[in-house]
Design a protein around this ligand. Structure first.
Ligand code: 5AD
Ligand code: SF4
Length: 470
């Protein structure tokens, strides 16, 4: 998953009862945390909470945290320091402020958070969000609560689903978690420890949730999983279904125009999934398929369990099935033992694949992962130099991809109002933001536009045909 979001959960148009409590949820980290924040908001709604975007009026502040790199976890402790002052000021006014820590830092650090951050009332791990209302009741009674077991019950069966009005207020695109956890144990990664081993949600649960979302006006669903293409479940007629089968089934839901999924491991791209890219019009031609590094020696040390050549041949097969597919990836520079030659192999694989989008990071040793104990850690300044060079190349490729879209006629899904009153922001099949002159009443429609220009983060277009919904 890409760590590129830090946002608060938008306030929703819910009927506010006079004495309802307010919750401010701050989300760090990946898309799965964004999804989890909405599910926590739903769980809290059944307990009388409404969401707010204004921290000052919140009775409960929840930090949904990320532990993937050291910096991400540090951010949480500094935020908790600021919240302690806020809580003290509130107490002086005689007003309650409760503070909760959820997500992967909660799971990884548990009791340690209670020790280091005296303002925290509740620490709750990703597998126990359905117990959040109960944890808050206990905290209100004076306990400091830590809930970080891997719950034996299925949290998704216990989490309440959003009302249709709320789904509508959240927009025309939605995440839907289908799989959690990871069994791959890449040696740099904390996910197998914070999110546990792979668990796939059953087909019925996923289809029901997808239908509810579509009934609430959602036109595009992104299936989420730490290792989403490892999703497996028992098929309706027995036998096992993989993600490819699930996508064929979701594509039949009337009104569901677009499907995406993220994040995938190269080892789990099976033939059926590749065929789905060939056959399904709803499956968008964009694939986030991290390779992390281009050197076989480093890939082995990372326990990625494939070579650079195997990754490249896999992309050949995917492109043969869906020639217009845009590739995205994640990269780590400065993994222990990475030499200049190894890094050149990373540059080479990037040149060969030609990415439309990518995320790249300096290796950050995570306590408890095998990588942290390896010898030959790379000095910070070498990591910084390598990252700069890699990012310059990736940015060049991204800009070239955007430029290559100019002149093309494409379908965009209109998602939200733009900055100017007559502008709407849409999304291209390749996940780019596209500005167009349109009415906000058209949000949720798919229209055809001609791309006329590209900026650093978005494309500009003119409408060709006002409505081509399918
Ligand atoms: N250091 C740096 N980057 C990391 N990632 C995961 N763990 C680490 C780490 N210890 C990156 C990987 C992954 C993305 C979500 O974050 O590239 O795909
Ligand atoms: Fe982490 Fe590797 Fe699993 Fe991705 S596949 S979540 S990088 S262990």
């Amino acid at each position: 998953m890409n760590e590129h979001v830090t946002l608060s959960t938008p306030a929703e148009q819910t009927v506010e009862r006079p004495n309802s409590r307010k919750v401010f949820i701050k989300t760090y980290g990946c898309q799965m945390n964004v999804y989890d924040s909405t599910r926590m908001a739903d769980a809290l709604a059944s307990d009388g909470y409404v969401t707010t975007e204004d921290m000052a009026e919140a009775d409960l502040i929840l930090l949904n945290t990320c532990h993937i790199r050291e910096k991400a976890a540090d951010k949480v402790y500094s935020a908790l320091g600021r919240l302690r002052d806020m809580k003290t000021a509130r107490a002086a006014e005689g007003r309650e402020l409760m503070i909760g820590v959820a997500g992967c830092v909660a799971q990884a650090e548990g009791e340690e958070i209670i020790r280091r951050a005296p303002a925290v009332d509740v620490v709750i791990g990703p597998q126990t969000y359905h117990r959040l209302p109960e944890a808050l009741r206990r905290a209100r009674a004076g306990d400091r609560v830590v809930e970080t077991d891997y719950a034996v019950e299925d949290k998704f069966e216990h989490l309440p689903v959003a009302e249709q009005a709320k789904i509508r207020a959240r927009g025309v695109t939605s995440f839907l978690t289908v799989q959690e956890g990871c069994d791959k144990f890449c040696t740099f990664c904390v996910v197998p420890y914070t999110r546990g081993s792979e668990v796939s949600r059953p087909i019925r649960q996923i289809l029901d949730e997808a239908r509810r979302l579509v009934d609430g006006g959602v036109r595009e669903i992104t299936l989420l999983g730490q290792n989403v293409n490892a999703w497996r479940a028992e098929g309706p007629k027995g036998g096992e279904w993989g993600l490819g089968d699930l996508l064929y089934s979701l594509a039949e839901i009337p009104g569901l125009a677009r499907l995406r999924y993220t994040t995938s491991h190269p080892r789990d791209m099976d033939d059926k999934l590749i065929e789905a890219h060939r056959d399904l019009r709803a499956l968008m031609p964009y694939l986030h398929l991290p390779v992390q590094a281009g050197s076989d020696r480093i890939l082995k040390a990372m326990n990625r369990r494939h070579t650079a050549e195997e990754y490249l041949r896999l992309i050949d097969r995917i492109r043969a099935a869906r020639p217009d597919i845009a590739m995205s990836g994640d990269f780590i520079v400065g993994f222990p033992g990475e030499t200049d030659r190894d890094f050149e192999d990373t540059i080479r694989i990037v040149e060969e694949v030609n990415y439309a989008q990518a995320f790249s990071f300096k290796y950050s040793p995570r306590p408890g992962t095998p990588g942290a104990d390896l010898p030959d850690h790379v000095p910070e300044e070498v990591k910084a130099e390598r990252l700069e060079r890699l990012q310059a190349l990736l940015l060049k490729q991204q800009a070239a991809f955007a430029k290559s879209c100019i002149g093309k006629v494409i379908d965009i899904l209109l998602e939200k109002p733009g900055r100017n009153p007559r502008q709407v922001i849409g999304r291209s099949p390749w996940l780019q933001s596209v500005n167009v002159d349109a009415k906000t009443s058209q949000i949720g429609d798919i229209i055809q536009v001609r791309i006329i220009g590209s900026g650093p983060n978005s494309l500009f277009s003119e409408p060709i045909q006002s409505l081509i919904n399918y």
